[in-house]
Design a protein around this ligand. Sequence first.
Ligand code: PGA
Length: 255
Amino acid sequence: MRKKIIAGNWKMNLTFAEAMALADNLLDENKNIDDVEVVLASPFIFLHPLINRIQSNPNFSIAAQNCSDKIKGAFTGEIAASMLASIGVEHVILGHSERRQLYGETNSMIAAKVDRALENGVFPIFCCGELLAERNNNIHFNVVKKQLEESLFHLTSNQIDECIIAYEPVWAIGTGVTASFEQAQEMHEFIRSTISSKYSKSIAEEISILYGGSVTPANASELFDGDDIDGALVGGASLKEKDFSDIIKAMLTKI
Ligand code: PGA
């Protein structure tokens, strides 16, 4: 069975005290959640203390929200994948639409980041998704296919197997508008079949594909009914302990 994953993307939110309190409450509330992996994607400076905290719960892991496309050197303000690996960070979100739109990340830059992460044993959570105008013009499948081709399809079978994919329609991120169950499942199925054509059916069947974009306790359960929807990448609702725990519970009921 594919791994079921609920990831919280805290983005640039929370103070140190707030972040630790949120993590402690989540760890406390979600003790027996075998078969669901909970990933907390925190700002860089909270990663190390968070890693110490989650040792008590094998179902929790930590993600960075970005890493450099360079190996090391004179790149002021950047964080290398090797640094993440050196403190035990397991995952890194790459290609988030906020990075693409606000910081000019291109598919080829994201491909280099994916390489740096995998070279260091950090598993990418690769985000893809179309803009509203692209969906309205009916080119959403092409857009997502191109993102996969240009940032992931240079990988070997063993490497792509180490990636998690998150489908995040840009129009659904932070807007309160969620993709319908049909829209999400249809795109997840498309992503899986695109991976299957490039690699193999067995590889495609192993890769967890998460949905992201205004996931809340109110819509999570329906989304998780999708055969190809293996979890969620949650932004806003991941900052609220009860909402995030309820999303984890919604997944637990499907297993
Ligand atoms: P949202 O963010 O849940 O607040 O829409 C999702 C994301 O950006 O990963």
